[in-house]
Design a protein around this ligand. Structure first.
Ligand code: AMO
Length: 442
């Protein structure tokens, strides 16, 4: 790998990578070669443009000179040569004097992605766009973040599950539901593993987690919505209330952000100008009604009093929390039952409210969590109250007819977490292949 070259002694080396730049001068040629680990300068000295009858090697040198002149950006080459340490070389303090060059796969000269290309062009040519070092960093961060979360779950003895993405019913709401032909009938793409992660509680698994795709037929073109996204889900048994879920949530977030900061903090600062902060626990917690009052007092009224926070409200409460408590995270709690799904447990003292929360990160919702209703009679009544047909949900309701412990969990959009952590303008920037209402390719 190119990044290891600086630690090696001078001598023969063989490297492969993409041509980033060619500087073709009269007597010397320079090539910047990049692989996924970094970049190095290649040098072709003693350039001869014409065969020289006085120089017996010129017949070798001339073809190589020409090969290098014709290298296009993005061409993949393998080079053998002499590694030399040279402090004056800005790129890693080493360079390679080329002995032999092999063109492995040639790139067309008209690279469609330029420095200033718009997001749609970049997504059309995502494989070229992803070659940029900052894009590699996004997915290195994602890998580290998920690894840190997995470590927490594994240390706690949680079990990883994979739930089906083809379902016979909706999992969140009838709106935003993708239907697919399924032999002689219809199937629906899973909007969330909600029902199946709760099934694991009825099965006695205790703590479980899943990182997998979720689908929403959401026609909006906002910066935070995709029609397919990666959902981080967890569920655990034997909780007293949603407060236990929130504690696990905090532990996971702190572990994830700390691991990312430790491993990629400097690179994140360099490429995105973001100084990552590991949040202090506990995160501030504000009941939704109070949060609306706070932003109202500061001059912004959330359009509908009986609705969730809107994006502007989220930004404003986050700014308030940042200023007052110095936290990038805030839990909004005590959501009204009218705006929560039927499976959320209601407050023991005030059945108008639910034992649920949203987690806001840098001004945008990243997660919803709750204690679930585990008493079948109550659950059934809540489903009916929401206009649902218990017969259609019988497979799910059956989980609660044979003994199930109190439990709760949350779902968190991985793409949103990355967008907000790296302070990117859209989840398109941090999704490997974005899917939206008008994007199914590549
Ligand atoms: P909810 O519907 O709030 O809750 O989704 C959880 C989180 O998933 C992410 N998310 C999305 N990300 C990108 N594009 C979308 N269209 C999109 N929709 C949702 C968000 C959101 O906070 N079953 C519950 C979770 C639970 O209670 O365990 C659920 O799905 O980050």
């Amino acid at each position: 790998m190119i990044k290891d070259l600086a630690a090696r002694a001078d001598g023969p080396v063989r490297v492969s990578g993409w041509v980033e730049k060619v500087r073709d001068q009269r007597y010397v040629q320079f090539v910047v070669l990049r692989d996924e680990s970094g970049a190095v300068q290649l040098v072709n000295g003693g350039v001869l443009r014409e065969p020289d009858p006085e120089n017996p090697r010129s017949d070798i040198l001339v073809p190589r000179t020409q090969t290098i002149s014709e290298l296009t950006h993005g061409t993949f080459i393998t080079v053998s040569g002499e590694l030399q340490h040279n402090e004056r070389v800005k790129l890693g303090g080493v360079e390679i004097q080329i002995d032999e060059i092999e063109v492995v796969t040639r790139a067309l000269p008209d690279n469609p992605v330029a420095e200033d290309s718009g997001i749609d062009v970049r997504l059309d040519w995502r494989f070229l766009d992803l070659r940029r070092p900052e894009q590699h960093l996004v997915f290195q961060v994602q890998t580290t973040f998920l690894h840190a979360l997995r470590q927490v779950w594994i240390d706690r003895g949680f079990i990883e599950i994979q739930t089906p993405k083809l379902m016979a019913s909706a999992s969140e709401s009838r709106a935003e539901l993708f239907e697919v032909d399924y032999f002689d009938g219809t199937a629906f793409l899973a909007q969330s593993p909600q029902f199946f992660k709760q099934m694991a509680q009825a099965a006695g698994f205790g703590g479980i987690f899943e990182v997998g795709p979720a689908f929403r037929a959401d026609p909006s073109f906002t910066s935070r919505h995709a029609t397919e996204f990666t959902s981080i889900d967890t569920e655990l048994s034997w909780i007293d209330s949603h407060l236990d879920v929130m504690e696990l949530h905090e532990e996971l977030i702190v572990a994830g952000v700390a691991a990312v900061k430790e491993r990629h903090g400097e690179e994140i600062l360099k490429h995105f100008g973001v100084e990552l902060e590991v949040p202090a626990r506990p995160f501030p917690r504000i009941p939704l009604a109070e949060a609306k009052e706070i932003v109202k007092a500061e001059g912004y009224e959330v359009p509908r009093a009986d609705a969730d926070m809107d994006p502007e409200g989220e930004r404003r409460i986050a700014a308030h929390v940042k200023q007052k408590y110095g936290s990038d995270f805030v839990f909004l709690t005590d959501y009204d039952a009218s705006i929560r799904p039927f499976y959320h447990m209601r407050h023991p003292e005030n059945p108008q409210l639910t034992n649920s929360y949203d987690l806001i990160y840098n001004g945008t919702e990243i997660s919803t969590g709750a204690q679930r209703e585990h008493r079948i009679e109550v659950l059934e009544a809540q489903a009916v109250e929401k206009g649902m047909d218990p017969a259609e949900l019988s497979f799910y309701l059956d989980f609660f007819r044979y003994g199930v412990p109190p439990h709760g969990g949350f779902g968190m959009g991985l793409n949103r977490v990355l967008m907000l952590m790296l302070q990117q303008s859209s989840i398109r920037e941090v999704t490997y292949l974005f899917r939206g209402p008008n994007r199914l390719l590549p």
